[in-house]
Design a protein around this ligand. Structure first.
Ligand SMILES: [Zn+2]
Length: 1083
């Protein structure tokens, strides 16, 4: 039945934000005026005729029960397991109106999406992940592969409106208070050579046009004034974008101002008349939605020029096209890499410092511009030319991404024209080639494009005629301020809704105190602006809303007891402006923990509460944070325990799949309305995370799990929750985001891993994007990459910042193509391979079985080493031979087999296993590796030798040791860093110095059983140890608990469990594993 005020539901997700499937068939459109109303963009956020808004903006959906409330997706397919929910109201004295009777209505939205479960990503017939040229399989993470049929137009590049402006700015200005990473996108002074000069010396003539001497100024301090000397960037006649004091340094947190302050508007080139992208006039935007930096400020129009008079001659004849040679001439630089290693003989293969990503074998001038491997990484840094070659190698080809990582500095470009390939919509990047000053060739589809007039001017050097030196062409990672054609609707305000379990069980854990206190402390640090909205829902067997209407003397609680048919009372006062209603909000946060202390209500109506939250958030989109402490027991989405007591993990049918599709369907509805749901599960009992987790997985949320949380019995968990919640609340957030990954023609991406919904074949829908999420994709070689010395990959993340700006973050990576198997092995990135295999193994565990996934992991090692032995090694040697690049492969895979997600034999709790699987899917590679193969250090003899010095602090850098008890001495103390948990094991004969100067206790025997903190002592040893541990902790977005243990400690088994190289009750030692592999390889 049709809903009033709602477009036909059949349009489903395709009606959201115009996820336009790119069409490549259209020819170039030279005159964009013809296309003024459909300047659609490949990213999906395209301009539409304003009149379409009524369909696109869900505020039109009536929310009041009397005016057409409707059921939200999926509930009709789920039979509630309990019918107790028909309106019990607690004896709680309500502060406000109580129990509004909902109106009955029969309508429900037809299913918006085909409910099909796509087949598993991995063919489960074979016990290997890499079984040859399997056709691109759809991931079971994909859902509703409806191709989008929106008209696609072109964003012409021919507007000469305003020259781009560029700024380098700290990302924390978007509201994050996170520690910045140390990676800097430094633009080297003196100007790098043209990107067209990327040939190996000697192989291709050097470029004629060396960079101009004046080229790039050194990197500007992030918030400083414009560089001295030279003409000012802000011309007197121009309208400054920022506030009057915009050139003054500003504190980092003053983000709204800072973002503007660091943008410098540069003079416009001529031809201003045609300016104005006609397609994106938004005449009716309310002021709050107006783009702060509207392109083409009027003051700029009359500018004659700052750059040298007239276009400079471009004395650069042909620079060639594919000037990047992928020849393996550089191999001699990597003699180590060519080695074969007999793993059975060489036991000391673990590097003593953190393993670095391999450096692609590109000319250093290109490699210098390449993307940071922390952001974008490929399993094979030498791309096989054909699928046949890839099949031979028996290694998975795929990418690992951390696209929204916090960066200390990032070039941000404001320009009315974002230069993209007309054919494939690739953003111009350092790996395109310039045929001449006016034409550039796309490095993904090879189409030759025109250089728009505006792009001729370089805002960094303020020189005309240097398109190749624009920041877009000098930085593999860059962010664009998106003009309004990248918006389907005005950017949404930041909206945060908190949903708290307040059942008896929840109150018992004491979590609400911690959460409300942390929220109260960080309320002013929530990323946002004057439009930020906030709201609260609590629930047990009923749902409680809180009116925070202006003028109230205290918050009003509204109880809805009909959980079978949830409605929103007073929708307009439940999500309120944070700034304008701060006192009421603070008042609520202070009183909330006490309000339910007498509650005896044990039931949990999580499903209905989530439905209510969804309804409340639908008009705007935003973030829902759910805190849950038990199995939902009433209403839709209620669940039954599936965990068998003492269930052995080897049991065939452990419950890794959801028991209901309610959460998945609701998540997809959320995704459609730009709502993401983050789940905080704090539970001592089984809560069926396999089912609950779907709510976050498909809505691009995050899952946090605090096993056995209790404020008194488990105090370290309280600290962990506090720290992680603070990070969660204050970290950067992007709203209504989509991400697309493109790659050079011939390659194809087929399976995505992470938390999102795949909207069209390659468009990931991310209602929220956070800086701590990682993604992985699998790829295949569809067409031979003949004559392509290099290939490129580009991810583009379009999002709305918490300041309401539409931004696009682009990463581009370039890799060489190779034709021989030995070269493929040479470039193997063993960490990336392990990470991708782990993702694939999670899928396999769910679609087939855990033992199937484990077999496939082992077979990945056997198959690749067999292929290496039979096809690369010319002389058959005894032992187990591996290429140097893969020397850690068996160890990493063994570590995966012993990891909580995939281990057998022990009584790991089901929810814990599922949570670990969620982490495998959602964590950036670096943390996944740490979780899988922890780092072990000796810490009782830390010295300053080789130490880092950061902010006047000396950070010792002890060597990393192999994970074997052989490496432990009873005389020492060792720190094991397993990512989210750390152990310090203190040997029985550990020197008195460490025990008294670091642990602060008189003797080994007096180390407390449950010691979880190092005292801060006034000793050099204490300072060093604490500095090292703090440094490790600060680098990650979660808070590892530290346990200090000695031999008698019950936690010792957890410590030993992580000794990957040793034998455990149910798993082979590393040496035994190698023997097993050898046996299979030599068959
Ligand atoms: Zn292209």
């Amino acid at each position: 039945m049709a809903q009033p005020g709602r477009p036909p539901a059949a349009s489903g997700h395709s009606s959201q934000n115009g996820a336009g499937e790119e069409r490549y068939s259209n020819g170039p459109v030279e005159n964009s005026l013809m296309y003024s109303s459909q300047m659609l963009d490949g990213q999906g956020f395209s301009s539409v005729v304003p009149g379409l808004y009524s369909h696109q903006i869900p505020t039109k959906v009536p929310l009041h029960p009397s005016s057409g409330q409707y059921n939200f997706g999926g509930s009709q397919n789920v039979s509630p397991l309990s019918n107790q929910g028909s309106g019990q109201t607690l004896n709680r004295p309500p502060v406000g109106p109580i129990s509004m009777a909902p109106l009955q209505h029969a309508s429900s939205v037809p299913q918006m999406l085909p409910p099909s479960q796509n087949s598993a990503a991995i063919p489960s017939s074979s016990n290997s992940f890499i079984s040859g040229a399997h056709p691109p399989a759809l991931s079971n993470w994909q859902y509703g592969q409806t191709p989008m049929n929106q008209p696609t137009g072109y964003q012409t590049n021919h507007f000469a409106d305003v020259a781009g402006t560029v700024s380098t700015q700290p990302l924390s200005s978007s509201g994050s208070t996170n520690p910045a990473t140390s990676y800097q996108y430094a633009v080297s002074p003196g100007g790098p050579p043209l990107q067209n000069s990327y040939m190996k010396p000697g192989s291709i003539p050097p470029p004629v046009n060396r960079p101009l001497a004046s080229a790039f100024p050194p990197v500007r301090p992030p918030l400083g004034p414009p560089p001295a000397g030279g003409p000012p960037l802000v011309r007197p006649s121009a309208t400054p974008i920022g506030p009057p004091n915009s050139s003054l340094p500003q504190p980092l947190l003053n983000s709204a101002t800072n973002q503007e302050a660091t943008k410098y508007q540069s003079p416009a080139p001529q031809n201003l008349k045609m300016g104005r992208n006609v397609g994106y006039s938004y005449p009716t935007l309310p002021p709050g939605y107006q783009n702060a930096s509207s392109p083409g400020a009027p003051g700029m129009q009359s500018s004659p020029l700052q750059y040298p008079a007239g276009p400079q001659p471009f004395p650069q004849p042909s620079l060639g096209t594919n000037h990047i040679t992928g020849s393996m001439g550089g191999l001699s630089l990597q003699p180590e890499g060519l080695r074969s290693i007999n793993l059975l003989q060489e036991r000391n293969i673990l590097p003593t410092t953190s393993l670095q990503a391999p450096v692609p074998n590109l000319h250093e001038e290109i490699q210098k511009l390449n993307c940071n491997p922390e952001l974008f990484r490929c399993t094979l840094t030498n791309i096989p030319q054909t699928q046949a070659l890839l099949n031979k190698a028996k290694l998975p080809l795929g990418l690992l991404l951390h696209p929204f990582k916090d960066l200390s500095q990032l070039p941000v470009v404001t320009s009315s024209t974002i230069v993209r390939c007309r054919s494939c919509r690739t953003y111009i990047n350092p790996f395109v080639s310039f045929l001449d000053q006016r034409r550039w060739k796309c490095n993904l589809c090879y189409r030759v494009n025109d250089v728009p007039e505006e792009f001729m001017y370089n805002p960094v050097t303020r020189v005309y005629g240097e398109p190749h030196k624009r920041p877009e062409v000098q930085n593999a990672t860059i962010e664009f301020m998106a003009p309004s054609e990248y918006m389907l609707r005005p950017p949404q305000p930041p909206v945060y809704l908190f949903v708290f379990d307040v059942s008896h069980n929840a109150i018992e854990t004491g979590y609400l105190n911690t959460v409300c206190k942390t929220l109260l402390d960080n309320l002013d640090l929530l990323p946002g602006n004057t439009r930020t909205k906030i709201g609260f829902i609590t629930f047990d067997s009923t749902i409680h809303f809180y009116s925070l209407q202006e003028g109230l003397s205290q918050p009003q609680m509204l109880i809805v007891s009909d959980i079978e048919d949830v409605f929103i009372p007073m929708p307009e006062n439940l999500l309120v402006n944070l700034n304008e209603n701060k006192e009421l909000i603070q008042d609520l946060l202070r009183t909330l923990p006490q309000m339910f202390t007498k509650s005896l209500e044990t039931q949990s109506a999580l499903g209905p509460a989530l439905q209510a939250a969804f309804k409340l958030m639908s008009p705007t989109g935003g973030r829902i944070s759910v805190f849950q402490t038990q199995l939902p027991s009433v209403g839709v989405g209620s669940l039954k325990s599936r965990e068998e007591p003492n269930q052995k993990a080897s049991a065939k049918d452990i419950h890794l799949t959801p028991s209901t599709d309610f959460y998945k369907k609701l998540a997809l509805d959320c995704s459609g309305q730009q709502v993401a749901v983050d789940l905080f599960l704090l539970s001592g009992q089984y809560s069926d995370l396999a089912s609950l987790g779907c709510i976050s997985r498909y809505s691009a949320g995050s899952v946090y799990y605090y096993q056995s949380y209790h404020h008194q019995h488990n105090p370290v968990q309280v600290e962990k929750l506090q720290k992680e919640l603070k990070r969660y609340l204050t970290r950067k957030i992007g709203f209504e985001a989509v991400m697309r990954i493109r790659c050079t023609k011939g390659l194809s991406i087929h399976t995505f891993h992470g938390n999102f919904f795949v909207r069209s074949t390659d468009l990931l829908s991310l209602p929220n994007v956070n800086p701590d999420a990682g993604y992985a994709v699998q790829m295949s070689v569809e067409e031979s990459l003949t004559d392509m010395p290099v290939v490129s990959f580009q991810s583009a993340l379009l999002y709305t910042s918490s300041k309401g700006e539409r931004r696009i973050r682009v990463h581009t990576m370039c890799l060489p193509v190779v034709t021989t198997l030995s070269d493929v092995y040479l470039g193997a990135d063993v960490q990336a391979i392990t990470g991708l295999l782990a993702n694939m193994a999670v899928d396999r565990s769910v679609s087939a079985s855990l033992s199937d996934a484990r077999d496939a992991l082992v077979n990945a090692v056997i198959d690749s080493l067999s292929a290496y032995r039979s096809s690369v090694l010319s002389i058959q040697q005894p032992g187990l031979m591996a290429p140097y690049s893969l020397r850690l492969f068996p160890l990493h895979v063994l570590a995966l087999l012993k990891q909580k997600a995939f281990q057998t034999g022990t009584n790991i709790r089901l929810d814990e296993r599922i949570f670990t699987m969620c982490q495998v899917k959602n964590q950036p590679l670096i943390y996944l590796m740490l979780m899988t193969h922890p780092n072990l250090y000796r810490v009782d003899n830390l010295t300053d030798e080789g130490a880092l010095n950061i902010n006047d602090k000396t950070i010792p850098q002890p060597r990393i040791l192999q994970l074997s008890v052989e490496k432990l001495s009873r005389d020492g103390a060792y720190l094991m860093d397993a990512g989210s948990v750390m152990f310090i094991w203190v040997g029985k004969n550990c020197g008195q110095n460490f025990i008294s100067q670091v642990l602060g206790v008189p003797s080994h025997a007096s180390i407390p059983q449950n010691m979880t903190h190092l005292p801060e002592l006034e000793t050099a040893e204490s300072t060093r140890t604490i500095a090292f541990i703090s440094w490790l902790r600060e680098q990650r977005p979660f808070f590892p608990i530290l346990y200090i243990i000695r031999d008698e400690s019950p936690l010792k088994s957890s410590f030993l469990q992580n000794m990957i190289e040793d034998r455990t009750e149910s798993a082979l030692s590393y040496y035994e594993f190698l023997l097993h592999i050898q046996q299979q390889v030599n068959k």
